[in-house]
Design a protein around this ligand. Sequence first.
Ligand code: C5P
Length: 309
Amino acid sequence: MSAVTVRVPAKVNLQLGVGPIRDDGYHDLVNVFHAVSLFDEVTAEPAERLAVEVRAAPHARVAIGGVPTGEDNLAARAARLVAARLGVETAVRLSIRKAIPVAGGMAGGSADAAAALVACARLWDDREEPVLTRDDLMELGGDLGSDVPFAVLGGTAVGVGRGERLTPALARGTFHWVFATADGGLSTPAVYGECDRLRLEAGEAAAWPAVSEALMTALATGDAKALGAALSNDLEPAALSLRPSLRRTLDTGREFGAIGALVSGSGPTCAFLAETDEDAAGLADALHSAGVAEQIVRAHGPVPGATLV
Ligand code: C5P
């Protein structure tokens, strides 16, 4: 094998229910993941030693300044895990082309790790029945980060535990999204920390989260309006507390006809649902003209997880 390229989607959380903090510092979640058509690409090719190179994808205005290129890049760690499991040297160069916002709440780093898992497994083992199955790669992904298994799986799925234990969800049809990215990212641990702080301040005990039945029905029937009404994110108050300007972005999207609006994951990207592709185009134009975001990106979901190209 000379080079393997894998395309991997971003995610938006349709429901992010955050439960109490656990002894290991993580929170128990109910996390309804939805993969959308905004893709990073990772190419793995043989090299003398492990190397990572990160660039913005052509035509994508992604600020890649904050992405580590050394040993702590999550994709590099993914390559090392696969090499260890297959008993080979980590002799690979990973070229990452980013279109997913960095530290944007769309799991871009996790996506790159998922792509690296799939690409390296293929590069080092191209038998028809490879040693590492897709399930094995998802399990390895769980050790790298809570969102990595979903980036391998794709589609729409419910995650519990840290979010890494997944069950695919029934979803009919295609949903049309508009994403408003922000200038500068938010740190995921900082947003979870702010969520805990706000709850403590309000004297609120974190309830054990449950999957929204209304959301699941909306997905299964392909009812965009009902889905828009059922979207929820327990991290949103924390993201708004750390980045108050997002409130105006969300309000603007609603004013311009979004049928659902929420902060994506830990933010600061805001996600807007539209009823049709045409509505999404109109909403994207309106948000662009209002100047409430760094960049406006349209996408649809669900789409498959990490896929060889
Ligand atoms: O798993 P991952 O490395 O992506 O998580 C990043 C951070 O997000 C964790 O260090 C933790 O602060 C927070 N987190 C959490 N509970 C989860 C998932 C993530 O508190 N279920």
